[in-house]
Design a protein around this ligand. Structure first.
Ligand code: ADP
Ligand code: ADP
Ligand code: ZN
Length: 204
């Protein structure tokens, strides 16, 4: 099972990826999570990535593609993987085609007007789980692992606008790219989390 989760920032890729990875026992490969781990550990990649992520822009392709190529070469990705947040432009998609054969691309579709609220209300855990303040009922710890939730530095209104614009210009063309390749399925992401999950599973 080699799957890409495509969708705008806030569409629910991470939320669904966690659940799908558990169900199918395949690794969840999130470029955003990899960058954030590098930033936390102040690695050279983290230093470069931070300067772009803070502005809501894409981290340069040469850095990003190499990270994914190395990650997918690890043995746990042999039987399958879930790519979340990669590819994000046509160049990355073309490079990916050279080192992996993806079977399905799940496009999670949510109206842009709803995304700002989803992102600015997002709270995340180190373990990869994400939540929304509207559903936390004041809780501040992760229901999965107990660690304290935090708000991502780039989940502010200014950066979100830039990320959505980057998505429209650079990432949305991938819908066409994978449609032409016969790999695309589009899911209505504006339903409750369990229903979106069910729809994705039926589509696979
Ligand atoms: P992405 O990885 O695509 O950026 P996330 O999975 O982190 O998106 O979700 C963004 C925000 O929206 C989080 O606050 C999450 O709790 C919330 N969310 C995710 N899926 C849904 C859904 N189906 N309905 C309502 N809110 C959702
Ligand atoms: P979201 O889906 O909520 O926008 P991510 O965690 O996927 O968040 O990405 C956060 C940031 O990390 C992006 O805004 C971008 O700066 C960087 N990033 C993640 N994936 C890529 C990628 N494939 N190419 C370039 N930059 C990326
Ligand atoms: Zn957690």
């Amino acid at each position: 099972m080699k799957i890409i989760l495509l969708g705008a920032p806030g569409a629910g890729k991470g939320t669904q990826a966690t659940r799908l990875a558990e169900k199918y026992q395949i690794p969840h490969v999130s470029t955003g999570d990899i960058f954030r781990a590098n930033i936390k550990n102040a690695t050279p990649i983290g230093v470069v990535a931070k300067s772009y992520i803070d502005k809501g822009q894409l981290v340069p392709d040469e850095v990003t593609v190499e990270i994914v190529k190395q990650r997918l070469a690890e043995s746990d990705c042999e039987k399958g993987f879930l790519l979340d947040g990669f590819p994000r432009n046509t160049f990355q998609a073309e490079e990916l085609d050279k080192f992996a054969s993806v079977e399905k691309v799940v496009n999670i579709n949510v109206d842009t007007t709803k995304l700002v609220k989803r992102i600015t209300g997002r709270r995340v855990c180190q373990c990869g789980e994400s939540y929304h303040v509207d559903f936390l009922n004041g809780k501040t710890d992760c229901a999965k692992c107990g660690k304290t939730l935090y708000q991502r530095a780039d989940d502010n209104e200014v950066t979100v606008k830039e990320r959505l614009s980057v998505y429209e210009k650079q990432t949305a063309p991938l819908i066409d790219y994978y449609e032409k390749a016969g790999k695309l399925v589009t899911i209505n992401g504006d339903q409750n989390i369990d229903k979106v999950f069910e729809d994705i599973i039926s589509s696979l």
